[in-house]
Design a protein around this ligand. Structure first.
Ligand SMILES: Cc1cc2nc3c(=O)[nH]c(=O)nc-3n(C[C@H](O)[C@H](O)[C@H](O)COP(=O)(O)OP(=O)(O)OC[C@H]3O[C@@H](n4cnc5c(N)ncnc54)[C@H](O)[C@@H]3O)c2cc1C
Length: 551
């Protein structure tokens, strides 16, 4: 019986991507979005909800590039206060607040404990005054900041080395509880729910503007098959590859991208407290030690690079490790051997023709949308996860101005399901004592109740997980140790999350590959079972493909 279910889920999964591609081939589009990072995914969700016939494609996985390499923060950009970008901070704080209110179980407030070293470019009380200003920009919706002397810091967080600290403070911002990539995928899923199309592993090879339509040549990366589609409007949301795609389709733009590389290292949990420890690193820039599930994520760097193709170098690792070892009093200094996993990406920064940059960090982190109204084309530059609702709304406005009717202009396109739906789910979860399943599955210090996790990850779909566990209690088993993913969740992912490679599941729909060390993960007996659920008779081949990728 279970075997049958597994086969069915696999067929359904294949159908979902294939169905989207088939539909793409058949139907002329109002809007085609190239690139399914945060900017492309929110644009698709917003346009689909407003009744536009829209498709979003990506040559890799959803959020396969920059949008899976961020610091996972929805933040108001406190560091931009130093560059006097008050307008940007004001906007980002509002965007953060809006996200927090719209996604109460995903975008969560977290305290930042920040220390200021002796001899820093500003005295600690002046920096603290900045946090009060920041709190005001945030309309006081978070907890208020508080000043701390070094003995209070030591008491709150004994791991911090206060030898060279003049003072510090706590203030609040937000983080994405699951991960950035899952947050992005949920927008692509939302676009599909509203009748939009979405497909990963479909590349745009280029396009021509003829007879008032874009004729776009696409390639299914998995099969190699090429096909054409037409769209009234073409949106370039290729992130760091926006300029390259514009060259392919002959677009000249006011803005261009500059690239700033950032890396993070994930190590075993350094402190039990659920706070972000923030410091100014040796290069004078903000540096974070953040909780990431059962592990700790450290970073980031901010270094100008000339191309989006980058990787973590030994120099990057040394920079991060040296700073952690200097800023914390650890029993044993962290070394490269302690690194469980790494993240690396480039921030695509919108530059309006600056050629001479005195201070790299002075480049504004604002997004910009360049429009070619004559050829119904737009290019999205820059942007942040935090800013995503604004980008979605702006894109809709521009598409409307380009003459495409938004039939359901007032339809809401983002946010969690209603409180009514949430209570219905929570009542059902309580009735079946769902949270008592948890001790089986985790050795985490303070595991989150399963009901909360299911709701946050699956929203309206969470109810089907309860039904599945009632039907077959073995679906409540944990397959991969410490992975915080039950069998029924993997089944649901197989059905609804367009997982094409094992990396899609382990690295982007979940954060398993970031928080479970590689040896444990690869040795886990449940990994092959997970592949069987995800890929059916291709399980071994997909596992081998993953092994080759990570070894
Ligand atoms: C180290 C780091 C930390 C960050 N921290 C934060 C943070 O904490 N909070 C925050 O709000 N922001 C943060 N950011 C910024 C944020 O992550 C990025 O601005 C955002 O993810 C960019 O999204 P995007 O959609 O423009 O690009 P991407 O996510 O890169 O998406 C572009 C997509 O286009 C696809 N593509 C390219 N060419 C083609 C083609 N020819 N055909 C089809 N598809 C194509 C790519 O495969 C890619 O998936 C951080 C960035 C970095 C690098």
């Amino acid at each position: 019986m279970r075997h049958l279910f597994i086969l069915n889920t696999r067929e359904f999964r294949l159908d979902l991507r294939d169905q989207n591609i088939e539909q793409l081939k058949r139907e002329p589009l109002d809007v085609l979005i190239v690139g399914a990072g945060i900017n492309g995914a929110v644009s698709a969700a917003a346009l689909a909800a407003k009744g536009i016939k829209v498709a979003v494609i990506d040559r890799g996985d959803f959020a396969g590039e920059t949008s899976s390499q961020s610091s996972n923060l929805a933040w108001g950009g406190i560091k931009y206060l130093e560059n006097h970008e008050y307008g940007l901070v004001n906007e980002l704080c509002q965007s953060r607040n809006h996200l927090m209110a719209s996604y109460p179980s995903t975008v969560k407030e977290i305290r930042f404990l920040t220390t200021i070293a002796k001899g820093f470019r500003f005295p600690a009380p002046a920096v603290y005054a900045g946090t009060v200003l920041y709190w005001m920009f945030g309309r006081f919706v978070t907890r208020r900041p508080n000043y701390l002397c070094s003995s209070e810091i030591k008491q709150l967080e004994p791991i911090i080395n206060v030898d060279n600290v003049q003072g510090g403070f706590e203030y609040s911002d937000c983080y994405l509880h699951d991960n950035d990539a899952r947050f992005v995928f949920n927008f692509a899923r939302r676009a599909m729910r509203h009748g939009g199309m979405a497909a990963n592993y479909v590349e745009s090879l280029g396009a021509t503007w003829r007879d008032g339509l874009w004729h776009v040549q696409l390639r299914d990366v998995m099969s190699g098959a090429e096909f054409g589609v037409t769209a009234k409007v073409l949106i370039n949301a290729c992130g760091p590859y926006v300029d390259r795609h514009n060259q392919l389709v002959g677009q000249q733009t006011k803005h261009r991208h500059l690239f700033s590389k950032g890396i993070h290292l994930i190590v075993d949990r350094l402190t039990p407290s659920h706070k972000v420890l923030a410091f100014f690193a040796s290069d004078g820039r903000l540096f974070f030690i953040m909780p990431m599930g059962p592990k700790t994520c450290i970073g980031t760097t901010d270094v100008q690079v000339s191309s989006p193709e980058t990787s973590v170098t030994d120099e990057d690792r040394d920079f991060v490790l040296d700073n952690v070892n200097r800023l914390l009093s650890l029993d044993k200094p962290l070394t490269k051997a302690d690194i469980i996993s790494e993240r690396c990406g480039v921030r695509p920064l919108a530059s309006a023709g600056q050629t001479k940059i005195n201070d790299w960090t002075e480049i504004s982190r604002k997004h910009a949308i360049d429009i070619n109204a004559e050829q119904q084309h737009m290019s999205i530059f820059g942007g942040k996860l935090t800013d995503c609702i604004n980008v979605g709304n702006e894109v809709c406005e521009i598409v409307g101005e380009l003459g495409i009717a938004l039939n359901h202009n007032h339809q809401r396109w983002y946010g969690e399901p209603s409180e009514f739906e949430r209570s219905r789910f929570m009542n059902q979860a309580r009735a079946m004592n769902l949270d008592s399943l948890l001790p089986k599955e985790s050795r985490q210090p303070s595991p989150e109740p399963l009901s909360q996790r299911f709701w946050r990850r699956y929203g309206s779909n969470a109810m089907s997980l309860l039904e599945r566990i009632v039907e077959d209690p073995s679906c409540g088993e944990l397959l991969i140790e410490n992975a915080a993913y039950l069998r029924c969740e993997i089944e649901l992912a197989a059905q609804t999350e367009m997982i094409v490679t094992l990396d899609d599941f382990l690295r982007r729909r979940s954060k398993i590959a970031l928080v479970v060390d590689r040896e444990t993960l690869l040795a886990s007996k449940g990994l092959l079972q997970a592949c069987e659920i995800l890929f059916g008779d291709q399980a071994q081949a997909k596992l081998d493909e993953y092994m080759a990728l990570v070894q």
